[in-house]
Each structure stands twice: as C-alpha cells, then as structure tokens.
Write a protein that binds this ligand. Structure first.
Ligand code: URA
Length: 238
C-alpha cells in the first residue's frame, strides 16, 4: 500500500506536490470514487484516474527520450561489438529504439519496451513528422528544394511530400545547412533524398519527433518520458 500522491508522482503523471493539489481539488478518483484525503493509501490493483486519465499502474512499461551521440548503433545487439543506444540507458528492462538513426546520425531517439505503441509509431500510415538538420556538400538550389518538397525517387520509391527550409548557405566552404521534415522512415531516407538531388550529407541530426524535441538534453543524455508525454504518443496513433 502506498500513499496516493506518491503513486501518481511515481507513475510520472506530475510532481508529488501537484498530485496533492489535484487530490485536494477533487480531480482524482480511486476505483471510480473521488478521493480528497491526502494520506489515502492505494494498492497496485486499484484504478486511479486523474483529470480523466486512467493511470495504469500494473504495466511495467518504460519510455525514454535520448539525444543519441555519433558512433553508436541503434540496434539492440551489434555483431561487431560496437556500442549500442541500449548501453547508454541505465535500466534492467529490455527496451528497444522506436525506429532507427544511422551510426553517424545524432539526435532524438525514443526507446521503450511497449511493443504495441512502438510498432504503431513506426508504421508509415500514422505519418509521424520527423525533423532533421542536414549539413550538406554544395549550395542547394531552389529547384532541388522544390524537388525535395514534392518527392524524389529513392530505391525506386517516390518519397512523400516533405517540408524543407534552408537554414544557411556558406559559399566560402561550399556547404549548406537544410532543415527537412519527413513523415516516413525508409532506411537512410534523408541521406538518399539529398543524394537524389546531387548533395552528399556530411552531418545529420534529428531535432524533432512529432511534438518532441531534445533542447533539454545534451548529446548522450536521456530522460524518462512523463505520463503526459506518453499520453501524447498514444494520441498520435489512435
Ligand atoms: N535518414 C538518414 O539518412 N539517416 C538517419 O539516421 C535518419 C534519417
């Protein structure tokens, strides 16, 4: 038996203090009944509802957001013994990445052991936006930007429309920085899209995944997603 506010906080819904406020305000139900008593103890089998959200305290799902460094593979086990993203996260649970980033790509990667959610998020039909910043060789032309936006053919497949924004152009070094948002996730898609319009990608970083970003995480850092963030992920694949 644990105190209600502690259980709500431990499930990642909000801080313990905020949970206390919600309890006092009558926003928390235990087994369908409003509970306003702060010291109320609950057991694992009790159903807790906060502001209309049912908190599932029986499942042992974990959800992480990582700022992936360069030189780490996104598989769970590398045949060449290279470091994997799983090695970076301190957990005894068998988690795996939602989608892939190349060995030399940095940035936002979600990981979980919630297979059903992960499979849905990776399915192209849900069209989750992923935003990358690419440093490319050469000066990108308006024609190439237009082609990238409307779709280019890679491996015999025409990519869906993409959002493309030029961030900067350096004529001295002959390089461009381009932001590109795609809603699919074919293997090496961004690199191949730029190749299709004649540019080699020199550096690639994923900055956003749906509404998530990694502004609060340094390269190599990670944190658990909050209950609200997990709810948002679920709402994306409804
Ligand atoms: N596209 C790529 O080419 N590489 C990545 O790592 C991600 C998207």
């Amino acid at each position: 038996m644990e105190r209600l506010q502690k259980v709500i906080a431990n499930l990642g819904y909000c801080s313990r203090r905020k949970a206390e406020e919600l309890i006092k305000d009558g926003k928390v139900l235990v087994n369908g009944n409003i509970v306003t008593e702060l010291g109320t103890k609950v057991k694992n089998s009790d159903t807790i509802e906060v502001e209309g959200n049912i908190l599932d305290n029986n499942k042992n799902y974990e959800y992480y957001i990582l700022n992936k460094p360069r030189g780490v593979v996104t598989t769970t086990n590398d045949e060449h013994g290279r470091k994997t993203v799983i090695d970076l996260i301190d957990t005894s649970t068998r988690i795996y990445p939602i989608g892939r980033l190349d060995y030399d790509t940095t940035g936002l990667l979600l990981l979980t052991n919630d297979g059903e959610l992960a499979n849905k998020l990776m399915h192209p039909s849900f069209k989750i936006d992923k935003t990358y910043i690419a440093k490319i060789e050469g000066i990108i032309s308006p024609i190439s930007i237009k082609k990238l936006r409307s779709g280019v053919v890679i491996d015999g497949y025409k990519t869906r429309s993409a959002r493309v924004k030029v961030k900067s152009i350096d004529k001295k070094t002959n390089k461009s920085i381009v932001e590109i948002t795609i809603s699919e996730g074919k293997n090496h898609q961004v690199k191949k899209m730029f190749e299709a319009v004649g540019h080699q990608v020199l550096k690639l970083k994923r900055e956003k995944y749906a509404i998530f970003d990694i502004k609060d995480l340094k390269v190599g850092e990670y944190r658990k997603l909050t209950f609200k963030e997990v709810s948002i992920l679920y709402s994306l694949v409804k």
